[in-house]
Unconditional design. Structure first.
Length: 358
C-alpha cells in the first residue's frame, strides 16, 4: 500500500489547516482523470514504482472481484487532479457472516495543497463515498499521529502488527522440525489458484473472528503478477487436501535482497500446524536458492501462524528497529449492527496480503 508523501496513511479530517483553497473542488475520479492521477503518482512514488503504472491502476480499479474501486479526488479550476484517495471494496468474514466492507488507502495530495482546505474537501468526499456505497466498515493503516488520537478515543479499534524477521546467514540451513519430517504432509509449488482453495477457505473461514475472505477469486486477483510482481505459491497437502499455504515474494529493500512472507494460513488443527512448519522450511529453502539475505513477515501475535513463524526462527523486531510500523485501524459506520460495534482490533487476522493489496 502506498503512503501519502507526508507520511500520513489515514483518511480522516485534517488538522492544522492554514490555507484556504476556494478554487479546489472535490468529486469522484472519471476515466479522463486517469492520466492526471498517474502523473501525480509518479511525483510521489517514482516512475518505476508499480503504484505509478497504468497496469496497476487498472488492476486495483477494475479487476477486484469485490467490485470496482471508488477514487475521490480534488481538482483545480482547470480540472487537474491535485489529490486523491482510494476506496477499495473488500469482502470480510466477520463472526460467521460475510460482509462487504472497504479499505481506505493511497492518500496522495500535491505538495502545494497538503496544508490547505483542499485536504478537508477530499476527506469529506471520501466520507460521502462511504455513505453513498453503503459501506458499514472500512480498514486502513494509519499515521503515528492518527494512531495516538485513536488510542485515546477508542483503543479497541487500533493495534500495531508485529514485524517478524529472520536473517538467512550463509551456510546455516533451516533446522529439521517435526513438521518438516512429517511424511504425511507434502509441499508443492503451484502456478495459480484452483477450486481446492475455495474448499480450503470453507475449512478455515471462521478460524479468526475477522478475516478478508481468501477465496480463490480474491487470491487470484491479489496475487496477480501485475507490474512485474512475482509471487511464489507453496501448498501443503495431506491426502491430496490443502492443509495450508504460503505466498512468497523476493524484493530488494534498501539494497538488501529480502524474502517476504506475503501470506501464511493453515487449518486449525495439529495437522495444520505441522503443515505450517513444513511450509516455512520450504519457504526458507526457496529464499536461499535466490540469494535472499533476510526473510520478513507481518503477522498478528495471537495467530497460530505467528507461533509457526517464531518456531521457524523468525524474531520479532523491536519497534525502534522496524523499517515501517504497521499501525492498523478499523472504522465502523453502521452503528446499528452489534456484530460490528463489538469488534476489537484483536479480532482481526492481518498479514502483508491485507496491507499491500491496495
Amino acid at each position: 500500500m502506498g503512503a501519502d508523501p507526508s507520511g500520513e496513511r489515514l483518511i480522516w479530517k485534517g488538522e492544522g489547516l492554514e490555507v484556504k483553497s476556494p478554487q479546489v473542488t472535490a468529486g469522484l475520479a472519471q476515466a479522463e482523470d486517469t492520466d492526471s492521477i498517474l502523473e501525480l503518482s509518479v511525483q510521489v512514488y517514482r516512475r518505476r514504482d508499480v503504484l505509478a503504472t497504468r497496469g496497476d491502476f487498472a488492476w486495483r480499479h477494475d479487476q477486484n472481484p469485490a467490485g470496482r474501486a471508488v477514487v475521490p479526488v480534488i481538482r483545480d479550476n482547470r480540472g487537474r487532479v491535485l489529490g486523491f484517495i482510494w476506496l477499495v471494496p473488500l469482502r470480510l468474514r466477520i463472526r460467521g457472516h460475510d460482509h462487504l466492507a472497504a479499505a481506505g488507502t493511497n492518500l496522495v495530495i500535491h505538495p502545494q495543497h497538503r496544508n490547505t482546505f483542499g485536504y478537508t474537501k477530499l476527506i469529506r468526499r471520501f466520507e460521502q463515498a462511504l455513505r453513498d456505497e453503503d459501506i458499514p466498515l472500512h480498514m486502513s493503516f494509519v499515521s503515528k499521529r492518527k494512531y495516538q488520537e485513536l488510542c485515546k478515543k477508542d483503543p479497541r479499534t487500533v493495534s500495531t502488527i508485529p514485524v517478524l524477521i529472520k536473517p538467512l546467514l550463509p551456510g546455516l540451513m533451516a533446522h529439521e522440525s517435526p513438521g518438516s519430517a512429517d511424511r504425511e504432509t507434502t509441499v508443492k509449488t503451484v502456478e495459480g489458484f484452483d477450486s481446492s482453495f475455495d474448499q480450503f477457505w470453507r475449512q478455515v473461514r471462521d478460524k479468526y473472528p475477522v478475516m478478508a475472505i481468501r477465496e480463490r477469486a480474491f487470491l487470484a486477483w491479489r496475487f496477480n503478477n501485475i507490474s512485474q510482481r512475482g509471487y511464489h505459491i507453496l501448498v501443503a497437502q495431506v491426502d491430496d487436501q490443502i492443509a495450508g499455504y504460503a505466498i512468497l515474494e523476493c524484493v530488494t529493500v534498501r539494497r538488501v535482497r529480502t524474502g517476504l512472507v506475503m501470506d501464511l494460513l493453515v487449518e486449525d488443527s495439529a495437522q495444520g500446524e505441522a503443515a505450517g512448519a513444513r511450509l516455512m522450511y520450504e519457504a526458507e529453502a526457496f529464499f536461499r536458492a535466490r540469494k535472499v539475505q533476510v526473510a520478513v513477515g507481518v503477522m498478528v501475535h495471537y495467530a497460530a501462524e505467528y507461533r509457526i513463524m517464531r518456531q521457524a526462527g523468525f524474531m520479532r523486531l523491536p519497534a525502534a528497529l522496524e523499517p515501517r510500523t504497521f499501525r492498523f485501524a478499523f472504522f465502523v459506520h453502521n452503528r446499528r449492527e452489534r456484530e460490528l460495534t463489538d469488534l476489537s482490533s484483536q479480532d482481526w487476522f492481518v498479514t502483508l496480503a491485507d496491507y499491500e493489496f491496495f
